[in-house]
Design a protein around this ligand. Structure first.
Ligand SMILES: NC(=O)c1ccc[n+]([C@@H]2O[C@H](COP(=O)([O-])OP(=O)(O)OC[C@H]3O[C@@H](n4cnc5c(N)ncnc54)[C@H](OP(=O)(O)O)[C@@H]3O)[C@@H](O)[C@H]2O)c1
Length: 172
């Protein structure tokens, strides 16, 4: 049975740390959505209730969707609900092991990402090359504890509103 690691992300942030606006993403980045899909496919994903609400199509298909909420009456169709992060991480790890997967991804929003950072072995970060307005931001990340193992740069295009760099970091 493979060892299952917890990863923070994939998550995309602007130069000024913004990840969300009005309950949605503040940009159109088709190539980044394709990366998100490729990285997470087949793996359990853990998200906050507002991120769940923000998904245009739910659940994310081909992945066990685990949603964190303190609302005992919340019963989303197609997702497992947890009331605390440790429980969500345990369920994710068990499911990944059962499915022969080696990773659980914590896909946001801001507070879940912060909780995952302390426990994660890997970090998937898309750096969007823009300053944008928004109402959800990530706290700055201390990168001294991480080393970059992959970096891919994408220019702005017809399908990507801004240029961006997709980065993978692992615990130093
Ligand atoms: N750029 C990106 O890559 C990216 C990724 C993800 C999300 N986003 C954006 O970010 C925004 C949503 O993120 P957000 O940070 O506002 O919210 P969020 O983290 O997705 O959800 C917050 C909710 O999660 C639940 N929660 C959080 N911590 C908890 C804990 N310790 N125990 C139990 N439940 C807990 C609570 O739900 P209840 O209120 O139900 O109790 C809380 O209100 C949207 O705009 C979305 O589009 C962007």
């Amino acid at each position: 049975m493979p060892q299952v690691i917890l990863s923070a992300g994939p998550i995309a942030r602007s130069r000024n740390g913004v990840i969300g606006k009005d309950g949605a993403l503040p940009w159109r980045l088709k190539s980044d959505l394709a990366i998100f899909r490729a990285v997470t496919m087949g793996k359990p994903v853990i998200m906050g209730r507002k991120t769940w609400d923000s998904l245009p199509k739910k659940p994310l298909v081909g992945r066990t969707n685990i949603v964190l909420s303190r609302d005992g009456s919340f019963e989303p169709h197609g997702a497992v609900v947890c009331e605390d992060f440790s429980e969500a991480a345990s369920i994710g790890r068990e499911q990944a092991a059962e499915d022969g997967r080696d990773e659980v991804c914590v896909i946001g929003g801001a507070s879940l990402f912060a909780m995952a950072l302390g426990k994660a072995r890997r970090l998937y970060l898309t750096e969007v090359d823009a300053e944008v307005e928004g109402d959800v931001t990530l706290a700055p990340i201390d990168e001294s504890r991480w080393r970059e193992v992959r970096r891919e740069t994408y220019p702005a295009s017809d399908v990507d509103q801004y240029g961006f760099t997709f980065r993978v970091l692992e615990r130093a």
